[in-house]
Design a protein around this ligand. Sequence first.
Ligand code: 18C
Length: 256
Amino acid sequence: QQYLERLKNKQVVRFASQAPAHPLWPEIERVTLEQLQYARLGVEGGVWQLFAEDGEMKMYKREEEVDGLAVDPLKAVHTVKGVTGREMTHYFFSPDVRFEWETTLEQMKVLETIADDTLVILQIHKRVWPASQRDALFWSHVRRVPNDTDRDAQDIWIACNHSTEHHEAPSNEGKMVRVALTVCLVCQTSIEPPADGGPVTRDHLTCKITYCSVVNPGGWVPTSALRAVYKREYPKFLKRFTQYVKDRCDKQPILF
Ligand code: 18C
């Protein structure tokens, strides 16, 4: 009975999107669920190295190279009060607000709307002198996932970005170097209900965030310069993005 109920829940989530009819769907489904599992694994065990910390925010990396190019996987955890996982992932996914928080961007274009929750996006990033300018072409998907391990807990929300190809933006045109990326933002809300039984407000919300990213910068970049950019840009991003969502949601009705 429990199994059937779980299955039913999963199907409601799955078929709520129009994306399953798209040829990219099997990959979107697979990568998103893989990223969810990967994000849920802890950072214990000695392979992750803490490289930045600020209050509740902790950022870890694993130093890895492919053909001499640093592709260090990054995992960050953070706890933000006053917002829900749905709100966090919504603003991470929504192209309408990307320039409000994403400081590495020069241009962005939605190349295809696969569904309300699934887009193909082309981004041109700011150039870091003296390296060549980079662009990124990826599908972006957001969804709610029922919490299998604790049925009383709030659902989990995930936004996932993964490199793809698109006929409108071949990678071999122009002087831009294309990066390859797999990124996810996984969020879970907890509610500390008011002791007096009153209504739940933003004061009772805590959102636990895990952000994972692997970026292959493409072309050639010296490892030390690249690691210096990572060290500066990732903490800046996560602090700015989470503050943006807090400010944006303040005084707004809660979106669970
Ligand atoms: O996840 C994030 N943002 C999402 C929405 O934009 C999406 C984007 C991922 C970023 C891909 C990286 C693109 C290359 C950027 C190059 C320029 C960065 C510096 C600009 C400074 C003014 O998922 C949040 C992303 C947070 C930022 C990540 C920085 C990653 C750096 C990658 C370096 C690539 C090589 C640049 C050359 C460096 C030369 C020393």
